[in-house]
Design a protein around this ligand. Structure first.
Ligand SMILES: N=C(N)NCCCC[C@H](N)C(=O)O
Ligand SMILES: O=C(O)CCC(=O)C(=O)O
Ligand SMILES: [Fe+2]
Length: 333
């Protein structure tokens, strides 16, 4: 959104940041400084970037997509055993067309999972999201694999955010404590049917309409042989996130936009699966604490989005309220 980028920035090796991310003096390390500069540029220019050298094995990343594909290939009755309902805290399986973006059904099916928390922990704010995740019994060991993946994605996201905190001019720990010391997370396992042939032509269904993500940072694990995710630039062109094997596509969410006073934007994106093949994407959303009150960091209060003068000061939000308002309007049930 922020510039007229024609392709998405690539952080070709994020490992120098990860190596030092537990060192309180990381900000002085030349390797860290380099990665932080790249993160800053990518977040300002596009709000989207590829990350390579992240340390999560390509084998696991693939397995997570493959087991997700196996689940979606099961008979509908089997999938309905873990049907998502409001009573289940919006956790579970939703059929194609059940998710709605800006009034239009999205042509995808999905399993939604959220961090689990004790009943009553967040009072009325958390009620809508309470409940255990609904994991399928088939394929075998689905839950175990996903839980390992969730742990790794949580650690990686926290560590990337240490770099982003430095990029914003803060200490590495701006996102810890009250903001995201107990990060809420969301995982969406998504399947997009192949584009149907109509009158001998491939029709393009909208797999997911244009939206921004809700939290801090998203890690997208997408099929390597289909190009479907598209990101909108300043001029309104849709730029494809062409798969780079073994990478994550990362993007900024609404809470990071507020925290950074709009210096980093949560960029609009959508999904159109042009391929005749079924596409799988596993999106991990690293969010603030569920009850975090989010407003611009002090270190960002005198910073403004590039090229817009001093006109944009962003509002305050409670993350849980933002999420619940989205979830409650996301489904046609
Ligand atoms: N947790 C996140 N970010 N989920 C993204 C889903 C985007 C589509 C949704 N129907 C919407 O309109 O937001
Ligand atoms: O399928 C994708 O590549 C991205 C999905 C997405 O944007 C989302 O679930 O928020
Ligand atoms: Fe998204």
């Amino acid at each position: 959104m922020a510039t007229d980028f024609k392709s998405l920035p690539v952080i070709a090796d994020i490992s120098p940041l990860l190596l030092k991310c537990d060192d309180p003096d990381m900000a002085e390390d030349p390797g860290v400084i380099q990665v932080v500069q790249q993160l800053d540029r990518a977040c300002r220019d596009a709000g989207f970037f590829y990350v390579i050298g992240h340390g999560i094995s390509e084998d696991l990343i693939k397995k997570v997509r493959e087991i997700t594909r196996e689940f979606f290939m099961l008979p509908y009755d089997e999938k309905l055993k873990i049907k998502m309902t409001p009573a289940a805290g919006y956790r579970g399986y939703q059929r194609i067309g059940e998710n709605v973006t800006k009034g239009k059904p999205d042509i995808h099916e999905a399993i939604d999972c959220y961090r689990e928390f004790k009943q009553g922990k967040y009072g009325d704010l958390g009620k809508a999201m309470e409940g255990p995740n609904q994991w399928p019994e088939k394929p075998h060991e689905f839950k175990e694999l996903m839980e390992e993946y969730l742990r790794l994605c949580t650690d990686l996201s926290r560590n990337i955010l240490r770099g982003i905190a430095l990029a914003l001019g803060g200490s590495p720990y701006e996102f810890e404590g009250k903001i995201a010391g107990e990060p809420f997370w969301v995982m969406r396992l998504i399947g997009y049917p192949g584009a149907p042939f109509t009158n001998g032509k491939l029709e393009n269904d909208v797999g997911c309409g244009a939206h921004t993500d809700y939290g801090l940072l998203t890690l997208v694990n997408q099929d390597e042989d289909k190009t479907a995710l598209q990101v909108r630039n300043l001029g309104g062109d849709w730029i494809s996130a062409i798969p780079i094997p073994g990478s994550f596509v990362c993007n900024i969410g609404d809470m990071l936009k507020i925290l950074s006073n709009g210096v980093y934007e949560s960029t609009l994106h959508r999904v159109i699966n042009n391929s005749p093949l079924y596409r799988v994407c596993v999106a991990f959303f690293y969010e603030t604490n569920f009850d975090a009150v989010v407003e611009p960091f002090d270190i960002c209060k005198d910073k403004y989005p590039e090229g817009r003068g001093e006109s944009q000061i962003f509002k305050r939000a409670v993350y849980g309220e933002h999420l619940v308002s989205k979830v409650q309007t996301n489904f046609a049930m």
